[in-house]
Design a binder for this molecule. Structure first.
Ligand code: SF4
Ligand code: SF4
Length: 417
């Protein structure tokens, strides 16, 4: 052993019947439980510049991405969207549904909910206060209850190792579909015990989940911008219930991830879009490695949702316990520099081993980066600049397209409201 162990984190097993695990944290990895943040700054940004989501603010990018999806992916995504509609509708009104049972003050709701969630298949379950500062601007007022139940569902291991691929997208979106079904079941169970439950599902979420998952002690934020949890790293899909059931909050944990990522850097080095940055920055009151959206989105759109930063993460691949034990014993990063961890294949670029990265020209990164109506206006402006007078037909066409884009935006925002 070349490192001194500063503390050991004990966690429940991956599945209900699995034994618990002990994760050693080396002394040079110790930082702080959860994330390093400045409360005053988090509150300031949420007040003067509430969070927005690229789903709305950059909706033109999604429209554009659909135009370059391969046929098989587009067909799968359309089918997924159809299958998800009933879940999203159920989530929107879930907070208004009355309880079906009578509360029993003698019941420990924290353990009842945790056990039921684990029995349904959630690999990580934690409790914290719902932090309204992370609610999106267009969702303010929607979350009804103060207690948040954070839920992570593991996605298929083998499919994830094929990323970027259609298989990987089956794992990604398929897990969300299963998660929605079991979240509905968990919400019904809570109502049967006399309390209310509101569902925050993917595409119907009220805000950013990860800060609350970190506060609930389910993991820490990785350099890839994802929640790294003990058993499956970021290979999971997140959902949340908020409830008025009385629960005891969990506490944030120092798994050593914050400093470990600074040593590891595999996702930063392997990102084909060079969208991840080595050094942490302060952003909206939290210290983190920021993902550069404009460099990530084109890669995601062109390569089956990309996700290489998830696939090459040793904590996703091997689990936090073996990775941290290896670090304590050797001072090294398990799998770093090997094809097994770092290799991946891009459709038109071939195999990329640990010492190889693909190259893209600047046009590759040229994406709309705005709302659809802004894109139309910019295109129209270019046409006007190119001609002495805007042709009447083009003005009519412009007006029709803007109307359509605004209607579409209204529908999307309504789904999210
Ligand atoms: S999804 Fe791909 S492009 Fe985006 S940050 Fe991850 S590895 Fe980079
Ligand atoms: S690949 Fe390494 S640096 Fe990136 S999130 Fe995983 S542990 Fe952190």
């Amino acid at each position: 052993m070349i490192k001194t162990v500063a503390h050991v984190i004990h966690r429940r097993g991956r599945r209900v019947d699995d034994p618990g695990i002990d994760i050693p944290v080396a002394d040079d990895l110790v930082s702080q439980p959860g994330s390093r943040s400045k409360n005053v700054d988090v509150s300031f940004y949420s007040r003067v510049e509430p969070l927005t989501t690229p789903d709305l603010e950059k909706a033109a990018d999604m429209d554009w991405a659909w135009t370059i999806f391969p046929d098989d992916l587009a067909e799968y995504r359309r089918a997924h969207d159809e299958r998800s509609k009933p879940h999203l509708r159920a989530a929107e009104t879930s907070g208004d549904i009355e309880p079906t049972g009578i509360p029993d003050p003698g019941v420990d709701m924290t353990e009842v909910i945790r056990n039921k969630a684990r029995e349904l298949g959630f690999g990580e379950v934690g409790f914290t206060m719902y932090d309204n500062r992370y609610t999106y601007a267009h969702r303010k007022g929607w979350p009804k209850f103060q207690n948040a139940i954070c839920l992570a569902l593991e996605q298929d291991y083998q499919q994830t190792q094929t990323i970027p691929s259609l298989e990987g997208e089956y794992a990604h979106f398929g897990t969300y579909e299963i998660e929605a079904e079991i979240a509905i079941e968990l919400a019904e169970h809570i109502r049967s015990l006399g309390y209310r439950a509101q569902m925050h599902l993917d595409s119907a979420e009220a805000g950013a989940f990860i800060p609350m998952f970190v506060n609930a002690g389910l993991g820490q934020l990785g350099a890839n911008g994802q929640l790294l949890s003990p058993h499956f790293g970021s290979r999971s899909r997140l959902a949340m219930l908020t409830t008025d059931a009385p629960v005891t909050y969990d506490q944030p944990v120092d798994f050593g991830i914050s400093n470990f990522c600074q040593e590891c850097q595999v996702c930063v080095n392997r990102c084909p879009g060079r969208a991840l940055i080595r050094d942490k920055v302060w952003y909206r009151g939290v210290q983190k490695n920021k993902v550069i959206y404009e460099r990530c989105r084109p890669v995601m759109a062109n390569y089956d949702g990309c996700g290489i930063c998830m696939k090459v993460c040793p904590i996703q691949k091997y689990g936090m316990k073996p990775v941290m034990e290896h670090y304590v014993e050797t001072g090294g990063i398990l799998g770093k520099g090997t094809d097994n961890l770092e290799g991946y294949t891009l459709r038109d670029k071939g195999y990329q081993g640990p010492d190889k990265l693909p190259h893209f020209n600047t046009q590759f990164f040229d994406i709309p980066n705005c709302r659809p109506e802004e894109l139309l206006f910019n295109q129209f402006k270019e046409k006007v600049q190119a001609a002495t007078m805007p042709p009447v037909e083009e003005m009519r066409e412009f007006a029709t397209e803007v109307k359509k884009a605004l209607e579409r935006g209204k529908r999307q925002s309504h789904m999210k409201d």
